[in-house]
Ligand binder design. Structure first.
Ligand SMILES: [Zn+2]
Ligand SMILES: [Zn+2]
Ligand SMILES: [Zn+2]
Length: 477
């Protein structure tokens, strides 16, 4: 499908939510509803020299733009493909000596593009960029102050012939970016590396239990000629069967929060009250706060919940300080307290399990990490939509952890499960899905070997991973 194809969706009046998009035909799970190239996008300041400014892939040894020394690219092909977007910016950065912040750079890119191509750049774009919501009037004092500063910086930075913009016009663009900007991740989906504006995507309303997901496809970079080099684009993908006429929705916030907390976040960042079914009926709130099956007293649950809340704050502080020994000490202590008091779906338990498995995997203590990861995904599976992208990624990480821990049966099972989800949420051609596919093949082969001969499997594994048999040595002491 070509980017911009809008045959499966149309604009409609979604009542008190304003504009929305709905399906114009029956859609299947995993179907691309539409794909769309960014109107404009920028790499975050902190990744400016680590991520290609064209395809948003993170890689070593990027080439630097010889003129501004700010923009970085994979190669000439990416640089050539991006020149149209970078040309004005390159001059402005050179004039200013250094580059302004990401929000100023993005606002300028948006306005340069509007001047060059107008605010509608393709015949499938449903709404002009400057007609998007800006919510400037809803901004709190603090944010308005910051925006005023950015507007000033913008005015010094911006140049386009003699064309000048009023502070009001520029604030409007900043407001649009603030409430419609879509965060872009690197090709492995591990890190948020930039932000972009996708006009049709902006029309898709939020639902805490959405029927679609949006994923950045960093494009096909294998083509040598920039003309054949497919551009980065987002894809809106159906998570389940969607009947013709149904509204298309995505989740702006992670479902793994109590309904009141999701509503609060949505109000703060997107300025609306969520009245979706899951919020108004508080669906799954009970599971997220549940006590263990052994029916501990209400007081005990209250006590452990308060302890967990406090402990999670301490864990976060220790993590910021990169004191991983302390992080693990706190996690183990907290999990011990939670045992037989909080249920496996309780958010406080899941948050501790998530940190513990991540830190231990990082420290290559895979066996213990696998145990925590396993409990975590079991809880996630009871809470998330079965095709949620975050669920798929969590199961993938759990699978890899089990594999590294030598638990090949569980590892392969989880990797297969993650692959099934990512085929829907990311599609077969995404870099992460391809990684998963090769892991699936690899673990399948190892599993076969394991079933034929456990000894052969373990000696193969030790040789391949070059892991000294630490546990054996410890036992021997
Ligand atoms: Zn690139
Ligand atoms: Zn440059
Ligand atoms: Zn909601």
């Amino acid at each position: 499908m070509t980017a911009g194809n809008m045959e499966s969706a149309e604009l409609f009046d979604a009542g008190n939510k304003g504009r929305g998009l709905r399906a114009t035909k029956n859609l299947k799970a995993g179907e691309v509803v539409f794909a769309e190239a960014s109107f404009s996008a920028v790499v975050f300041d902190s990744f400016a020299s680590q991520v290609c400014h064209n395809c948003f892939r993170r890689q070593a040894n990027l080439h630097r733009c010889a003129q501004c020394k700010f923009a970085h690219y994979c190669d000439r092909t990416c640089q050539t493909a991006c020149w149209d977007e970078h040309k004005q910016e390159c001059g402005a950065i050179r004039k200013r000596i250094n580059a302004p912040s990401e929000s100023v750079r993005l606002a300028a890119r948006v306005l340069w593009r509007i001047h060059k191509d107008t605010s509608i750049v393709s015949d499938t774009q449903l709404v002009a960029v400057d007609q998007l919501e800006d919510h400037v009037s809803d901004l709190p004092e603090e944010d308005l102050k910051k925006m005023k500063k950015d507007v000033q910086i913008f005015q010094e930075y911006w140049s386009y012939g003699r064309k000048k913009h009023t502070a009001e016009e520029i604030s409007h663009i900043f407001g649009i970016i603030k409430c419609n900007g879509f965060t872009l991740s690197d090709q492995r989906g591990l890190q948020a590396v930039g932000v972009g504006l996708f006009p049709n995507l902006c029309l898709v309303n939020h639902n805490c239990w959405p029927n679609c997901t949006v994923i950045l496809n960093n494009g096909n970079q294998s083509a040598v000629s920039s003309a054949l080099h497919s551009k980065r684009r987002i894809e809106l993908r159906a998570l389940e069967k969607i009947p013709e006429g149904q509204e298309l929705t995505v989740g702006y916030v992670d479902f793994l929060n109590l309904s009141a907390d999701r509503q609060k976040k949505l109000k703060e960042h997107f300025y609306f009250e969520c009245s979706c079914e899951h919020c108004s009926k508080h669906i799954k709130d009970d599971l997220m706060m549940a006590a263990a099956d052994s029916k501990p007293s209400a007081d005990k649950v209250k006590e452990v919940t308060a302890f967990s809340k406090d402990c999670l704050e301490k864990i976060e502080r220790a993590r910021v300080d990169m004191d991983y020994h302390e992080v693990m000490k706190l996690c183990r202590e907290c999990l011990e307290k939670q045992k037989d008091v909080l249920a496996g779906t309780n958010l406080y338990k899941l948050r501790v399990l998530s940190v513990a498995s991540e830190v231990l995997s990082f420290q290559q203590q895979f066996s213990e990490a696998a145990g925590y990861a396993r409990k975590m995904v079991e809880g996630y599976m009871k809470l998330y939509h079965h095709n949620n992208a975050l669920l798929g990624m969590a199961i993938m990480r759990a699978g890899v952890t089990h594999w590294h821990a030598g638990q090949i049966e569980e590892g392969h099972g989880l990797i297969c499960k993650a692959y099934g989800i990512l085929l829907v949420t990311h599609g077969p051609n995404h870099a992460i899905t391809r990684d998963l596919e090769s892991m699936r093949t690899q673990t399948e082969m190892e599993l076969k070997m394991f079933r034929e001969s456990k000894d052969a499997y373990h000696s193969m594994r030790d040789a391949a991973l070059k892991i000294p048999a630490v546990e054996e040595k410890v036992k021997g002491v």
